[in-house]
Design a protein around this ligand. Structure first.
Ligand code: ADP
Length: 318
């Protein structure tokens, strides 16, 4: 057993929770045909958005890279406007932020992306900047999308910085978020995702994706595979079905309360991650932390869009 609790805050200062990845411009269809509403979203940013609401006492840091143009300024201003620490968002002179557009066809959403040349792809080009961003953080959160967008060399820088951070006692959290379109081939995706898990203490996969790309027959199969990578806590999301966990050698399931109308599942997993981590910091019970995560996610899927304002009175006491 490890002696250090997985999510213990420092005594002398506020907990610093940093997420590493890409935030994009989102263009979502509005009521009039051909018109769109612009906002900003991206998995690691979405998780930070929810952490910011759940733990306003934490320092919430985004580690990324944007351009120097107006839209990049607006993205950073939006983040600092909600109290996110943007001091480790790097700037590229010759690139800008990525963008995605949502199309609707009889209520079904599909996504088109313009992100292959985004500034965020360079976020790990300079290892010194990564080490500086991680040095006073307590928890580092990244996803499979963070790994997918980087060059091979930048990925090595990131793994190096994560290894040093872990060595220094920081907690590393990883959501595999498998997106085959972002990878040159499936084997590379699978191998790098397992490398991401091996670099992490907590892994928060979604069963449907893991079954599709790793062939897991059950959430227990997903747990067994990530346990072999050496993680201390594995929590497997599965839509409306039971969340399965293996946490510091304790194992079990938590069934989310059913949602009568699912409006939009965007960000369900991202908000769950925030709810779980915030819950873990407040309670010794992993099941209570998962319950809190489910309560956060159910609010998110009952509303439109990736970023919703949570009603704290519906979360219960952790
Ligand atoms: P992802 O968005 O990563 O694919 P999931 O779809 O597995 O993640 O959902 C994440 C969490 O959102 C679930 O563990 C659950 O708490 C909640 N959730 C998603 N769909 C439903 C649903 N139909 N009913 C109740 N809760 C849901």
């Amino acid at each position: 057993m490890h002696s250090k609790p997985l999510l213990s805050g420092p005594v002398s200062k506020a907990m610093c929770f940093a997420t590493i990845g890409e935030c994009m411009v989102e263009m979502a269809p509005s009521a009039a045909p051909g018109q769109f509403t612009r906002s900003f979203a991206g998995d690691t940013f979405n998780t930070l958005w929810y952490v910011r609401q759940l733990q306003p006492d934490w320092q919430a840091r985004y580690v990324s890279r944007v351009g120097q143009d107006q839209i990049s300024d607006e993205m950073v201003q939006m983040m600092s406007g909600i109290g996110i620490d943007t001091s480790h968002i790097q700037r590229s002179a010759d690139r800008t932020v990525g963008l995605y557009l949502i199309s609707l066809d009889a209520g079904e959403r599909s996504f088109s992306y313009w992100r292959s040349q985004s500034a965020a792809r360079q976020l790990a080009d300079d290892p010194n900047l990564l080490n500086a961003a991680f040095s006073d953080a307590d928890v580092l959160f990244l996803s499979g999308i963070t790994l997918a967008i980087l060059s091979g060399q930048a990925r090595s820088h990131l793994f190096g910085a994560l290894a040093s951070a872990r060595e220094a006692g920081k907690t590393i959290v990883f959501d595999p978020n498998l997106r085959p379109k972002l990878w040159s081939d499936r084997d590379q995706m699978r191998q790098t995702i397992m490398q991401g898990a091996a670099a992490s203490d907590i892994v928060l996969p979604s069963f449907e994706e893991e079954a599709e790309h790793f062939g897991d027959a059950s959430p227990e199969g997903t747990i067994t595979r990530y346990r072999a990578a050496g993680c201390r806590s594995i929590v497997v999301k599965d839509g409306g079905a039971a969340v399965s966990y293996w946490h510091e050698a304790q194992t079990g399931q938590v069934v989310p309360e059913p949602v009568s109308v699912v409006v939009d599942t965007t960000s369900a997993g991202d908000s769950f991650n925030a709810g779980f981590l915030a819950g873990l910091a407040q309670t010794a019970s992993v099941e209570d932390a998962i319950d809190r995560a489910c309560r956060v996610a159910r609010q998110v899927i009952a509303q439109r869009g990736a970023l919703v304002t949570l009603d704290m009175s519906l979360l219960g006491t952790p």
